[in-house]
Design a protein around this ligand. Structure first.
Ligand SMILES: NC(=O)c1ccc[n+]([C@@H]2O[C@H](COP(=O)([O-])OP(=O)(O)OC[C@H]3O[C@@H](n4cnc5c(N)ncnc54)[C@H](O)[C@@H]3O)[C@@H](O)[C@H]2O)c1
Length: 308
């Protein structure tokens, strides 16, 4: 993979700053644009803080920041782009408008990627002239710490576009995975929310409390998950045993199509989780902070930034 490619990032928030620093850290030039002056003004400081947390020294930070340029509008940022990553707010019409402007100003062969969390890429890209070069890249938060990026193909995305994006991300140290059909939630969020649906149902049905759900995951199969995926696990115990278990348990699992009424009640009552002090469980500010710090420390250990 060439270094010094020109990459554009649209939106300099939580995800945009992490995508920009990841690609600049891998040696690419990154042009970032954001219409909000404060987002532009604070970008370098936010990237610096993230790089410090990743263990980079001052010389490395200076080298990376030199590779990042900030623009106040889309045309300048995308003019010479090899690839454009959009990380603007999760609103369909806004993303469609952004890509129309990007397409009008970017090189004709630039790869166009949206970082939408769950919106169909097909809907975002439908109005473009060059839909063969458009796809989804679903980075996870924090984008500079979580290895996975899901690369989502629409019915129009060309093979060369998929291959070039996979190569760019692999070169930047990410773990890209192909999603061959543009389905809601892609792969990771489908798996994650299948688990959350059953977790909520267990509480709703009075089978256990919320803390017990989390304890079972954290002290049991969650320990294996980062080294043993579910289908590896099925092969490990045997597909025959997996079939026997499914014959008994699947019919009893939660399978209603909409959100849980229990979850809807929490939201209606203003029990929004840690930010309001109550959700499935009660949280003091100190307890919430301990959870956040625990996640950050764990991720840094996995990255080898902190000792085990
Ligand atoms: N936060 C997450 O955990 C996460 C994870 C995966 C994907 N995503 C997706 O990534 C995208 C960005 O999310 P985020 O968490 O970084 O949001 P954010 O609010 O932190 O950042 C969005 C940025 O976009 C800027 N912006 C506003 N209007 C814009 C416009 N017209 N053009 C360009 N930029 C504009 C804002 O000023 C802000 O800096 C969303 O689509 C989100 O769903 C978020």
């Amino acid at each position: 993979m060439n270094k010094n490619l020109q990459i554009a990032v649209i939106g300099a928030g939580l995800m945009g700053h992490g995508i920009a620093l990841t690609l600049a850290r891998a040696g690419q030039y990154v042009a970032v644009t954001d219409p909000v002056a404060d987002a532009r003004a604070t970008l370098s400081a936010r990237i610096r803080n993230s790089l410090i947390l990743m263990g980079d020294d001052e010389a490395q930070i200076a080298r990376i920041l030199k590779k990042i340029e900030i623009f106040d509008s889309v045309p300048g940022a995308v003019r010479n782009a090899f690839a454009v990553f959009e990380a603007a707010p999760e609103k369909l019409e806004l993303k469609q408008r952004i890509f129309a402007e990007v397409e009008a100003h970017a090189p004709a062969n630039a790869i166009l990627a949206s970082n939408t969390s769950v919106m169909p890429i097909t809907g975002i890209m439908a109005g473009l002239q060059g839909r063969h070069r458009a796809l989804g890249t679903h980075w996870w938060n924090p984008p500079h710490m979580i290895p996975l990026v899901e690369v989502i193909r629409t019915e129009w995305t060309g093979d060369a576009t998929m291959a070039a994006m996979m190569a760019l991300l692999a070169d930047a140290g990410k773990t890209p995975v192909r999603v061959e059909k543009d389905v809601p939630g892609f792969i990771g969020n489908r798996l994650q929310h299948a688990l959350w649906r059953e977790a909520i149902s267990l509480v709703e049905r009075g089978i256990c409390d919320a803390e017990s759900v989390d304890t079972v995951v954290k002290s049991c199969f969650g320990r294996r998950l980062s080294v043993l995926g579910p289908l590896e696990n099925a092969d490990l115990v045997g597909t025959d045993l997996t079939l026997d278990i499914h014959k008994t348990v699947l019919a009893d699992l939660e399978h209603r199509p909409g959100p849980s009424p229990y979850l809807e009640r929490l939201v209606a009552e203003g029990r929004l989780g840690m930010k309001t002090g109550q959700g499935f469980r009660d949280w003091t500010p100190q307890e919430a902070e301990k959870v956040r710090n625990g996640v950050a420390t764990h991720l840094r250990r996995l990255e080898g930034i902190l000792p085990d």
